[in-house]
Design a protein around this ligand. Sequence first.
Ligand SMILES: *Cc1c(COP(=O)(O)O)cnc(C)c1O
Length: 399
Amino acid sequence: MTDWREKESKYFMRTGKRMDLVAVRGEGAHIWDEDGREYLDFFGGPATISLGHAHPVIVDALTDQAHQLIHVSNQFYSIPQLKLAELLIEHSCFDRVYFMNSGAEANEGALKLARKWGKEKKAGAFEIICADDAFHGRTLQTVTAGGTERYKTPFGPLPEGYLHVPFNDVDAVKRATTSNTAAIFLEPIQGEGGINVPDDDYFKQLRAWCDEQNILLILDEIQTGCGRIGTLFAYEYYGVEPDIMTLGKGIGGGVPLSAFLAKEHCAVFTPGDHGSTYGGEPLTTRVGHEVMRYIIENDIPAQVAKKGQLVERRLQSLLDRCPNVAAVRGKGLMWAVQFTSDIGERITNEALKNGLILNNVRPNAVRIVPPLTVTEEELEQGLAILEHVIEADAAATAK
Ligand SMILES: *Cc1c(COP(=O)(O)O)cnc(C)c1O
């Protein structure tokens, strides 16, 4: 049998450590490896496989669209792109949208928009206030906006104009604000940072500050958007309307699709300002349209909210029972279990051996972001494996 692990270490750039799984097939919340072993996928991308693997809606859209028209230049009108645009605008607080291929690219577009807005409407303001532990992608601008030093320092000199403050600290934002501040750029709930959930009034206070100071509020909803936390978009949960929002991951259900959306007052691009060869092509936007329509028509956010209560209940009992669990946090189907020490990788590896795919989002925490379509039964199964692994680890360490 082919040794894929050996091929990877021989041919592939060294950018990360892989989990010990050669994935060959997926269906719903399940993945199968090359030996036919079945796993429950509570990682899903992360948070990308919104409708699960091989959902018929996605498979049909891909197949049908591939026969019709995979790609056409953005110099032409494209029906799937315009249908998805209409759906997103009708179901959000925004007026205009542009499609890209990845989360980082959507954020780049949003940042360019904010810079141009600052130049034209706020006397050249260009500074962007970001958060520690934030994650916005891997391009030079987005690693600079992100909060992880390890992701940026090897690549300097870095772009200018990014300031960092602690997440969930309104006063820190106020102190960092100057007449040069163009935007505040945040995730509603930090994903890669470890599922950090801010206070319920954090964004309301920031919204008021932005209004007072004439600053744009940009929310990176690449992980929280499209039903993930139990509302269609996280800004609805927090009761604010951002000026700009980015989407990625779940919107394509696994195909490379992302978007940035803006209110009319800051949609300042004019012809020639931005573009993308693949961004918004018929194939991916057709899938995105079917995914979003499925999420909206089946009220997936409400189902996610209900499933989230189940997850919360079980994780809470884990916190009460297990001495190695320090905290549980999250909303909807976006959760993390934090441990009292750096056992995230060990727990993830053990869970994998027991048929559950997790992600050690931090050295001391694992993340749970299953498909939105995961059943309650599958959730119970997966969480039972997680509980077993955490309890066994506590018992082994106690010896
Ligand atoms: C994953 C993620 C990104 C980057 O998306 P890519 O598609 O990997 O470029 C940006 N922001 C957030 C919040 C994310 O979770």
